[in-house]
Design a protein around this ligand. Structure first.
Ligand SMILES: Cc1cc2nc3c(=O)[nH]c(=O)nc-3n(C[C@H](O)[C@H](O)[C@H](O)COP(=O)(O)OP(=O)(O)OC[C@H]3O[C@@H](n4cnc5c(N)ncnc54)[C@H](O)[C@@H]3O)c2cc1C
Length: 367
């Protein structure tokens, strides 16, 4: 059997950030089930560079989005990756939403998000004339990015460092072997490594289970929550990001404008749990009216021509009705699996945080 220092399972933004970092020092093999990188959540999201305003203080989501925001802008600037630090307003569309805006502002200040400022409706409508708002928080460090360019660059850096990418290699089993692991794919090929990172996104709970972890007692079983985007041809361009107050159940950040770095605009994502635990990227138009209603609460422009565009699926640890769940990023030494490092529940702000997640997860390697 071939041997390498590290196997990374999954070439989404998180796996790619890890291999780019670790391949400087270690031999690394990436096993990815699709024919190329980023075919799942990392290419099906809002591409917002988040600020760290939303989540509880001291959570990994807060720490890693704050650090990730800083690392990502620096990396994108140095590597000529399309992005725009356009900023965003989280807006109140009615008086009863103002307390939530004030709570978010205070939460962001406590989290150390730089530059936050309360804004009145006139300021917001001047900054983005297509929008209606009565108040909001201005978040200057939020922005947009091109996730394909980011992932392509991370793949190139990794290959230049000598990392090997094995596409069309779906991992079916991880077993302890000598002091490390044997990782087997559905085609029956096996490779051994001292260290394994499970970055399998929507399937990361299944990969953990294949390594012998009881995902129910560890609370690692994922619930999948779809988010769909719609487009209106009446909206050609917008100046910055407009987010509503987040949904009170913590399922999502709410339906907002998604700005692409080429200047185009879509709206979404909604949030609904899938019955079956699998990646199904069909659009369910039964939610169209709800989306139209949400977008119309903040857009002055007529968006009644909204039509389905695309969707993504959130790998959530938070089941329906659950409270906040943080990312799981852990070396499973306590399960007897030293240097099997799980990254599970990497939903938003996982793209923003990918470089910081790589920094943090790498620090968990034990001698
Ligand atoms: C609707 C939506 C909007 C979002 N908006 C934002 C946003 O604006 N900003 C932000 O920061 N984050 C956002 N996110 C979250 C962000 O997209 C994710 O956190 C991030 O992309 C996760 O990256 P990943 O590498 O962990 O997962 P993925 O990109 O899903 O990569 C996992 C990889 O593992 C591979 N894989 C799976 N199983 C196996 C196996 N058995 N063997 C081999 N390979 C396997 C898959 O093919 C895939 O390539 C959003 C997510 C959604 C769904």
């Amino acid at each position: 059997m071939d041997h390498t220092d590290i196997i990374i399972i999954g070439a989404g933004a998180v796996g790619l950030a890890l291999v780019a970092r670790l391949s400087v020092k270690y031999s690394v093999v990436v096993l990815e089930m699709e024919e190329s990188f980023g075919r799942h959540t990392s290419s099906r999201n809002s591409e917002t560079v988040h600020s760290g305003i939303y989540y509880p203080q001291n959570s990994l989501k807060t720490k890693l989005s704050l650090r990730g925001n800083e690392l990502l802008y620096r990396f994108m600037k140095e590597n000529d990756i399309a992005h725009n630090r356009c900023g965003k307003y989280i807006i109140a569309s009615s008086e009863d939403e103002i307390p939530e805006i004030e709570r978010l502002y205070k939460n962001g200040i406590a989290n150390g998000v730089p530059g936050l400022r309360m804004a009145d409706g006139a300021e917001i409508e001047k900054a983005e004339p297509q929008v209606r708002a009565i108040a909001g928080v201005h978040v200057p460090t939020a922005g947009i990015m091109n996730s394909y360019e980011l992932m392509k660059r991370l793949e190139t850096i990794s290959k230049d460092n000598g990392a090997l990418f094995s596409y069309r290699s779906e991992v079916s089993r991880v077993e302890q072997f000598n002091k490390g692991y044997a990782v087997t794919t559905t085609s029956g090929d096996s490779i051994t490594a001292d260290i394994v990172f499970n970055c399998a996104g929507l399937f990361s709970d299944r990969v953990a289970e294949s390594a012998g972890i009881n995902i129910d007692s560890m609370n690692y079983r994922l619930s999948l929550c779809k988010g769909e985007y719609y487009k209106s041809d009446n909206v050609k361009k917008m100046n910055l990001l407009i987010y509503p107050v987040p949904s009170p159940d913590g399922k999502s950040l709410g339906i907002h404008n998604r700005l692409f770095t080429d200047g185009s605009v879509t709206f979404g994502p909604n949030a609904y749990y899938l019955d079956e635990n699998r990646a199904d990227y069909s659009m369910n138009e039964k939610f169209k009216e709800e989306i139209l209603y949400s977008v119309s609460t903040f857009m002055k422009t007529d968006v009644s021509d909204l039509y389905p565009y695309d969707c993504g699926i959130r790998p959530k640890l938070q089941k329906p009705g659950d409270k906040f769940r943080d990312f799981v990023i852990t070396n499973e030494t306590s399960c007897g699996l030293k240097n099997f490092i799980n990254l599970i529940g990497i939903e938003s702000p996982g793209l923003t945080s990918c470089l910081a997640i790589a920094e943090y997860a790498s620090s968990l390697i034990e001698d």
